[in-house]
Design a protein around this ligand. Structure first.
Ligand SMILES: Cc1cc2nc3c(=O)[nH]c(=O)nc-3n(C[C@H](O)[C@H](O)[C@H](O)COP(=O)(O)O)c2cc1C
Length: 378
């Protein structure tokens, strides 16, 4: 396999062109650190989404979420906001206080409590509002590159990604990531990679990153070849599999040689992940409790037994976690089929929107400020 060209995000060169997708509640500093360790420091690792209002109000939880590990460079922060002025203020704060080296804007969130208020993946439908947000972000970013991440649109009858791509170029956005699903699809069906190819043709001026359904380096290389995109963004494939970054780097650099881990190595990574979370949260117990959500992903496909799975799901100390893992048959090789889809896979939900939202893409009255949650992540 031949190597793919590096990706440029403003002054940052991403080699090979692979990005860890922002995932709320997952891609905090410990998880990014783990993925980066497996990638040998290559790639780009984006924070979970940070609500702009919470950031400018210096919400305590948000200030904790935006902390990067000293080893992280460049530092990529993802913002979510619906109000151009607040987004501008948040970006200005990031620049003034040197909080990150790259800002990504999230226009892909399909969660009803967000779209109901006209936020997330509902927002690009209102073209002037999208433009105003991008404008304020870029205007306040100084030398920091601003990128955006979006879905194809609200549903098949309200596709927005080509218009949004053009607006992004006009407003000085540095790169665009497209998740090839509509909001209505949530995580169901398969991602439409053709849309990624169409966006690439539509905005040749800036890099386009493809996102959706990459579970292996082969998938990543195939997406790049089939769509002509400049880089890939990988989300659920990394859940309980931070070593996927070793595969992605080897595959995209054309070196190959990636080896799947057996349960013994997986158990070691689990303990390390829980340890990093505890250090980051400043409390071992909180770290192990937060780690519980990852347990099923790490053990997917391994022969563990339902009793042990239940015990692991209520573990609250590193010692107990280690002890429980040591009871497993650690000689098990990587299970066949465990490389496939994981994480959220359901879809075809009706998108909940504010009344009359779809009547006029240019009428921006009625976008509610409380579409912004006052805390981040989730
Ligand atoms: C648990 C979870 C949390 C997510 N949180 C965010 C987020 O904070 N910001 C964002 O832009 N996308 C978020 N996403 C969407 C992913 O970034 C990505 O676009 C999506 O999972 C499709 O890529 P994949 O098929 O590689 O998973 C989230 C996805 C999951 C599964």
């Amino acid at each position: 396999m031949t190597a793919f060209s590096p990706l440029s995000i403003g002054p940052h060169t991403v080699r090979p062109p692979v990005v860890l997708a922002p995932m709320a509640g997952i891609t905090n500093a410990p998880f990014r650190t783990l993925c980066r360790e497996f990638s040998g420091g290559k790639g780009l690792f984006v924070s979970e989404m940070i609500t702009t209002r919470a950031l400018v109000e210096r919400n305590e939880k948000t200030m904790q979420l935006i902390r990067f590990d000293a080893s992280e460079t460049p530092r990529s922060i993802q913002l979510y906001g619906v109000d151009p002025v607040t987004v501008g203020k948040a970006v200005r704060m990031i620049v003034d206080e040197d909080l990150a080296d790259h800002v990504d804007l999230n226009f892909g969130c399909p969660v009803p409590k967000v779209t109901r208020k006209g936020g997330g993946s509902a927002l690009p439908y209102k073209r002037p509002l999208l433009r105003a947000i991008l404008h304020e972000a870029v205007a306040n970013a100084g030398d920091l590159p601003v990128t955006m991440k979006m879905r194809k649109g609200i549903d098949d009858d309200h596709i927005t990604y080509l218009d949004a791509g053009r607006i992004a170029v006009e407003e000085g956005v540095t790169a665009i990531a497209l998740h090839g699903r509509t909001a209505a699809q949530h995580y169901g069906g398969t991602a439409d990679w053709d849309a990624i190819a169409r966006l690439k043709e539509h905005v040749p001026e800036i890099p386009v990153l493809g996102n959706g359904d990459i579970w292996s380096a082969d998938d990543a290389a195939r997406m790049m070849r089939e769509t002509g995109c400049d880089g890939v963004v990988v989300g659920r494939g990394c859940l309980g599999r931070p070593w996927l970054f070793a595969d992605l780097v080897a595959g995209l650099e054309g070196t190959g040689g990636y080896r799947t881990p057996g349960l013994r190595e997986v158990a070691d990574v689990m303990v390390r992940h829980a340890t990093l979370l505890g250090e980051w949260l400043g409390d071992e117990r909180r770290g192990v409790v937060d780690f519980r959500k990852h347990v099923a992903w790490y053990l997917k496909g391994f022969s563990v037994g339902s009793e042990m799975r239940k015990r692991l799901a209520v573990t609250s100390s590193l010692e107990a976690l280690r002890a429980q893992l040591s009871e497993l048959d650690l000689d098990q090789p990587w299970p066949e089929g465990a490389d496939g889809p994981r994480g959220r896979t359901s879809g075809n939900n009706r998108v909940v929107l504010p009344d009359g939202w779809l009547k006029d893409p240019y009428d921006c009255a009625g976008v509610s400020e409380d579409a912004e949650l006052d805390t981040s992540g989730g």
